[in-house]
Design a protein around this ligand. Sequence first.
Ligand SMILES: NC(=O)c1ccc[n+]([C@@H]2O[C@H](COP(=O)([O-])OP(=O)(O)OC[C@H]3O[C@@H](n4cnc5c(N)ncnc54)[C@H](OP(=O)(O)O)[C@@H]3O)[C@@H](O)[C@H]2O)c1
Length: 324
Amino acid sequence: MPPTDADEPSSGLPEEPGGLLGRPEDPERRRRLRDERPQLARGRPGDPWDDGVGDLWEHGAGDGGAEETVQRGVLVTGASGGIGEAVARAFAALGDRVAVHYVHDEGRAEEVRASLPGEGHRVVQADLADAEAVRGMVDEAWVFLRGIDVVVNNAGVSPAHRLVAVSYRQWQRAWADTLAVNLVGAANLAFCTARLMIDRKAGGRIVNVSCLGAFRGEPDMPAYSASKAGLNALTQSLAVALAPHGIAVSAVAPGFVASASTSQLLAGPEGDAGPEGEPLRAQSPAGRAARPEEVADAVVYLASAQAEWASGAVLDLNGASYLR
Ligand SMILES: NC(=O)c1ccc[n+]([C@@H]2O[C@H](COP(=O)([O-])OP(=O)(O)OC[C@H]3O[C@@H](n4cnc5c(N)ncnc54)[C@H](OP(=O)(O)O)[C@@H]3O)[C@@H](O)[C@H]2O)c1
């Protein structure tokens, strides 16, 4: 039996007086968030701020049969560009309200928010390597969005640390930084939102953005592939643990995606000859990289009401470039 910590509460958040997730209470901030947030199309069962009608996961957006569209609250990490931006856009196009997360590039995150269709979107900031910052971001998004129905763990880092080229110190730093964001950050975000979802008793969805590298390996950035393999295992563990609460947990594992962060690589010599002598564009027999929108479409499906039975799945999105 694992050791127990006498200070650890046995159930439920908040674990300290104050904010939803145990943040020190700031009544002014809470009031401001409540005033700023838009009206919901319909209420949510168990939502402490709503009168609550209906079951989101029976009648939610994307079920194809509902006359009335229910706006979901969707938190997308790393939505200031690339795949995350496409994911934010795809949910907003369905009428959902999106919390656009960033860490450094506030200007870009603000641009994304302002360009999203619909209303009720918000920019939120947190370094995912900082557990308290994650808690604060979830608290803010939960209040502003009137609950979070979908979390997309998309943000990720991939510093290069080729074993034969870096010092032992650089090697350790790369492992610590990568795991802190890609794996522990995602786990902390899942913890904070899932505990609130469980208390609300209205189910939810968590979709993790993994990578083909989890299966194939990444010789230049082994910590990255290990973090994504860990993310896949986290996905499966949480899928089992959260199923009784109506929370489905799944992942997508894209191959090479053409986005702002990879455009230089694609345009450069590695676009034609990758690190292992393999042309990046030709990794797929289709002869191209994925579009961010193709990943976003899959995330939207996995977050839908119909995808409850896909819980635990890690969906390959690599254009047949790697078959397992
Ligand atoms: N692109 C690909 O080919 C590819 C393939 C397979 C899987 N993936 C995965 O897909 C996801 C998105 O990839 P992308 O290429 O679209 O990403 P990207 O354009 O490089 O964007 C990365 C995002 O992560 C955020 N971020 C970076 N460090 C962070 C930290 N410490 N805390 C919180 N957020 C942080 C960035 O915020 P700021 O902009 O504010 O810095 C940015 O929004 C990643 O998980 C990646 O591993 C990508």
